[in-house]
Design a protein around this ligand. Structure first.
Ligand code: PLP
Length: 451
């Protein structure tokens, strides 16, 4: 049945589009969290964006704290990115041959991330993680993969076991359609728990191909790794001959020029807290996406030259893509990366700090139990009292309080992720005026969350 736009509908154009969409697309959306199911109400159909703002089909403009879930790190319709896209498009859209743009993007990635000797481009983060685990299994000749509950690595069948993001939003323990045999070789452990990882390796020596982890978990809300957690994972994996895969699809080129790993390594080297400066731990494989596409579909996986040498056409692990390394997408990605200067990262850190502090203060003043958690310039708020170190803790939050808060912000012109289990994203374009809109929206939204 077609949903009719209600007469009191505050966003009639979005409601009409949602009715049309629902008639031809499951749930009216092409990715589940967009549907507003966990916060209720009509999803806003966006028509345009500029800088920190997005504008919906009814002409409402919002300060955007989603940023297309990460890629729009420079803000919407960034002139340099648009210019690169137009110039590339004028030369033709796709050739299915090698081209210079993909070489330049691969060079930019290898140049920025220590530990990435070779990189292969794909068209989404999901393809990147799917290919990375295939490669890890091919390289080691082992079947099993360790992942963490609440970590989302895209909708790869095998990795949909206790995943975060939309899976968390809809409280799905798993996905229907993923067979038991597909996940039988996947061991799901609690995040931030090295003892559980040691126990898994003790139980399955020589059987685990790789540990895959979000470099900082940000798909169950933001849950930073405890100091030494990532280093410990690398050590446990390497002691057993397994690979360590860092999923930097969200954190890559966002939390620093070198992503989370580069950021963590520079902190460790300066305090010598973990490992030694002359022998730092290094992930064997990384996965990337989001920022490296500038808003167009790009993903990548890369790492150690000897591991990457196993990929076709050099080696026996098959991996391919009609649109991999697409010239428009790689041009957008390269322009996005080039725009991410030291000043931009300083601005992102400052802006994330300010927004987080404003949220914290507004919820304090309204007496709403909450916990603001940060991982670099990624952050989110949990409507709960206690620290959130893992997925079990994340799930104790009040999603009803979040929904009330979300709608309070939306009505006041701020677009938050429509789920309590997602990170918030700031951009280089979030200026003082955008911060003021957020500051003005917060007290009312916090009072709604208190009810
Ligand atoms: N890995 C992480 C850490 C992600 O956050 C995501 C997407 O949100 C993915 C993988 C999947 O990327 P994509 O949605 O481009 O397939």
């Amino acid at each position: 049945a077609k949903a009719a736009a209600r007469s009191d509908e505050p966003v009639p154009a979005s409601a009409a589009l949602f009715a049309r969409a629902s008639a031809v697309t499951p749930g009216g959306v092409n990715s589940p969290v967009r549907a507003f199911r966990s916060v209720g109400g009509t999803p806003r159909f966006m028509r345009s964006g500029r800088g920190p703002h997005i504008t919906d089909a009814d002409g409402n403009t919002y300060v955007d704290l989603v940023g297309s879930w990460g890629p729009m790190i420079l803000g919407h319709a960034n002139p340099a990115v648009l210019e690169a896209v137009s110039a590339a498009a004028a030369r033709g859209l796709s050739f299915g041959t090698p081209g210079e743009g993909e070489v330049a993007l691969a060079e930019a990635i290898v140049d920025r991330v220590p530990g990435v000797d070779r990189v292969r481009l794909v068209s989404s983060g999901t393809e990147a993680t799917m290919s990375a685990i295939r490669l890890a299994r091919g390289f080691t000749g082992r079947p099993k993969i360790v992942k963490f509950a609440g970590c989302y690595h895209g909708h790869v069948d095998a990795l949909l076991a206790s995943a975060g993001s939309g899976v968390a939003t809809f409280a799905l323990p798993d996905s229907a359609g993923v067979t038991a045999s597909t996940t039988a070789e996947v061991i799901v452990l609690p995040y931030n728990d090295l003892d559980a990882v040691r126990a898994a390796f003790a139980e399955h020596p020589g059987q685990i191909a790789a540990i895959i982890t979000e470099s900082a978990a940000a798909n169950m809300g933001v849950v930073p790794p405890r100091p030494g957690f990532n280093a410990g994972l690398a050590r446990i994996a390497h002691d057993d001959g397994a690979l360590f895969i860092m999923d930097e699809v969200m954190t890559g080129f966002r939390v620093s020029r070198a992503g989370w790993y580069g950021h963590e390594r520079s902190v460790e080297t300066s305090v010598s807290a973990v490992g030694t400066a002359d022998q730092p731990w290094v992930p064997d494989l990384f996965t990337f996406g989001k920022v490296i596409g500038g808003g167009l579909p790009v993903g990548a996986f890369g790492g150690r030259a000897d591991v990457m040498a196993m990929l076709a056409p050099n080696g026996p692990v098959y991996q391919a893509g009609t649109l991999s390394g697409n010239p428009i997408a790689t041009a957008a990605g390269l322009a996005n990366l080039t725009g991410c200067t030291a000043d931009v990262y300083a601005h992102l850190d400052r802006t994330a700090g300010t927004v987080g502090d404003l949220v914290d203060r507004a919820l304090d003043e309204a007496g709403v139990p909450h916990r603001l958690q940060r991982a670099g310039n990624l952050f989110s708020v949990f409507f709960t009292d206690a620290e959130v170190p893992d997925y079990d803790a994340a799930r104790t939050q009040s999603t009803a309080a979040f929904a009330a808060f979300f709608h309070g912000m939306l009505e006041a012109g701020v677009y938050l992720p429509p789920s309590a289990f997602e990170a918030w994203f700031v951009s280089a374009a979030h200026d003082d005026a955008a911060l003021q809109t957020i500051a003005d929206a917060l007290p009312g939204a916090a009072r709604k969350a208190a009810q």
